[in-house]
Design a protein around this ligand. Sequence first.
Ligand code: FEO
Length: 393
Amino acid sequence: MKPVEIKPGVYWVGAIDWNLRYFHGYLTPRGTSYNAYLIMDDKITLVDNVKHHLCDEMLSRIKQVVDPAQIDYMIVNHVELDHSGSLPKMMELMPKAKVVTSPQGKKGLIRYFKKEWDFMVVNSGEDLNIGSRTLKFVHVPMVHWPDSMVTYIPDDKLLLPNDAFGQHIGSAERFDDQIGWDIIHEEACTYYANIVLPYGDNVLKALDVVGQLDIDMVAPSHGVIWRTYLDKIIPVYRRWAGNETDPKALIVYDTMWDSTRRIALALQDGLEEAGVPVTVRFLQTSHISEIMTDLLTARGILIGSPTINNGMLPSVSSFLTYIKGLRPKKRIGLAFGSYGWGGQGAKEVAAAIKTMGWETPVDFINMQYLPDEQELGTAKEAGIKLGEAIKAG
Ligand code: FEO
């Protein structure tokens, strides 16, 4: 459990959560890491810490560089417990450390831990000289919580942005080029879609600030450190934050007696005939957090449910609740479904799509019992029409 020197005098001293598979509603098949950084200077500084159960792992790394009692500053960029959970134990081992955080950070830490530590509240743009380096703090509220801030070290061209630019990857590798773009891009995409997506406007503001900084390394609080693919990930983040999509479609459905599935496939046929690539996800086999990865850049979102008990299937309702919270914008939607009588399932999906403000150039589709060839032809025609709208953007 060695520390890793990422810049001269700056050490990664975080912890790897190899076994994490579920992170507030989001599946994490690769586990994750909680990244903390130790800066050795006249004033020794620790930036962020780790989930409480991995405190000893972080400590073992810190102790290979310095006695924790020598640490002068504990910077808390973000209150969420994956980055502050070890604070009570660490503060006992760092008796002279001041806790440097945003005003909201101080409030949050006091609410969580009920401790009156020696706080140093910093405003956005404020500097802190620690010897040969001057740290700069920039508040980035709602990336991820109201307290969130980033720490920038101009002397090292190093940005420590906490949750931003993270990926849930637990690995022995610490740097992006040691894993490769394809895996990191996919994990960054899943992370963005499930965690950061609602805060796109704030991300764009933060990217404007980041764009003015001289940076050659971005070391987030989860996953690997960006040093080689920075020029690739920053424009991608800007696209995601702006809800920019590709002319492709995502069909998400559940089915009871196969009718809704048949409609889904007819819609797929139509979309493909219009020249639109389609991803099809069945809610009984795909987790909603995995589907978000597909949804992030899909312009057309088609959601299908049969009717049960005067409403939609609970699996579809769960998915809609999740995406309403994540607030994807600038999409083209279509509800579809089947019923025996009543037909409220697809109607409820259509109402949910409307509340999300998506365009709906094609009326929702609702078919009784098992759709026949003619009805499936109608669904295919709807798919073609929707495909044309998706291509037109
Ligand atoms: Fe990784 Fe918002 O905590």
